[in-house]
Design a protein around this ligand. Structure first.
Ligand SMILES: *Cc1c(COP(=O)(O)O)cnc(C)c1O
Length: 375
């Protein structure tokens, strides 16, 4: 290891599927003096972070807190607390992250019912409803904004079918949170997890989650113990819940919590509606720019596109890696490659949080045109 010089990363414009560009005030917040994780000043900050998360999630759930870890830790925490061996769990799989949920549920011993759709399409809500009604379902899972494909999943009918069957609803909102007006309570979601590194524009490291009272009751009524100590919601509540004695569980990642607080402050200062509109407008500008370059979106129907992440078909004869290397080397821009069945066939462009701005889109389109020789 080179120890003589401190590390100095390049300034790269992050327009992939995450991490997203971080506001400078968030970076400054993370450089502030570290407090003890049980210090009264830090505890007061925890309360503010929880209030901010409730506002951005659109929930009144008391159990709303950031799990230590990235978005996947939020996924693992939610599933581990709610799933018991033998439970029937219906999982919509229309991208890589739905597949990851199904894998996790199977590892926890669930009887997993997969409802699949082609990558780039939305889940068929009627097919989800039929699968939910076909047996005693405990949990219904789907990804709200599939970052692997760019699909925004319509979910009213899925949630209604779950309610009808008295099943809990788990929604992966890793990319939705902070990029659209989520309204988790109004949508009827029981367990929602997200990540700091997508539309909240905070570095990777925390996974905000919110859990309904209904879901907490089911968890309390489990036949078996939650098979994780680190992610056990009851133990985490013993540290995060303002009504408890704030018992030490694990050391909170103090500087990450500072960063999340500042990120949430910026979201709420802008306002959820204005922020959602900014993401939509940036996406519209991107579609127009791609069109000029002769590039096509993977998700054909505009109403099914999630504004925060656009998958773009790589034209025949164009080398995926060459173009991405050109963007990084000559233009200091990162975009993502395809995942799963879209690997090598699509690029993924994220306009998330700080990245969802007209001038950013213009810079990208110009650079992409130059790298494709189509400028
Ligand atoms: C990024 C992402 C995840 C995983 O989050 P990590 O921070 O990479 O652990 C899960 N689901 C979706 C929809 C995502 O976009």
């Amino acid at each position: 290891m080179e120890t003589a010089a401190p590390f100095e990363p390049s300034e790269i414009l992050l327009l992939g599927p995450g991490p997203s560009p971080v506001a400078s005030s968030v970076l400054r917040a993370q450089a502030l003096p570290v407090l003890g994780h049980l210090d009264s000043e830090f505890v007061a900050l925890m309360d503010r972070v929880q209030d901010g998360l409730r506002a951005v999630f659109g929930t009144r759930n008391r159990f709303t807190l950031p799990i230590s870890g990235t978005g996947s830790a939020g996924m693992e925490a939610c599933l581990t607390n709610v799933v018991e061996p033998g439970d029937r769990v219906v999982v919509g799989v229309h991208g890589v992250f739905g597949g990851r949920i199904a894998d996790l549920a199977a590892r926890l011993g669930a009887e997993v019912v997969r409802v699949e759709a082609l990558f780039g399409s939305a889940l068929d809500e009627a097919a989800m409803a039929a699968a939910i009604a076909a047996g005693p379902t405990r949990l219904v899972c789907f990804v709200h904004a599939e970052t692997s494909t760019g699909v925004l999943q319509p979910c009213e009918r899925i949630v209604a079918a779950a309610r009808e069957a008295d099943a809990l609803v788990l929604a992966d909102c890793v990319t939705s949170l902070g990029g659209l007006d989520l309204g988790a309570d109004a949508r009827g979601f029981d367990l929602v997890y997200s990540g700091t590194q997508k539309c909240l524009s905070v570095p990777p490291g925390l996974a905000p989650v919110t859990v309904s009272d209904r879901a907490l009751e089911r968890i309390r009524a489990r036949r078996s113990r939650v098979p994780s100590w680190y992610f056990d919601f009851a133990l985490l509540a013993g540290y995060w819940d303002a009504e408890t004695s704030r018992a030490y569980h694990h050391t909170a990642p103090v500087s990450m919590v500072y960063g999340l607080h500042e990120g949430l402050r910026l979201v709420l200062e802008e306002g959820l509606e204005d922020r959602a509109r900014r993401h939509r407008q940036a996406a519209e500008r991107l579609y127009a720019g791609l069109d000029v370059l002769g590039l096509e979106c993977v998700v054909v129907e505009p109403r099914l596109r999630t504004p925060m992440l656009t998958s773009v078909r790589i034209p025949d004869g164009v080398q995926d890696l060459e173009v991405r290397r050109c963007l990084r080397r000559d233009h200091h821009i990162e975009i993502g490659g395809g995942l799963g069945s879209l690997a090598g066939r699509a690029w993924r462009i994220g306009l998330m949080g700080e990245g969802a701005r007209a001038e950013v889109v213009d810079r990208l389109i110009e650079a992409l045109g130059a790298c494709l020789g189509r400028a």
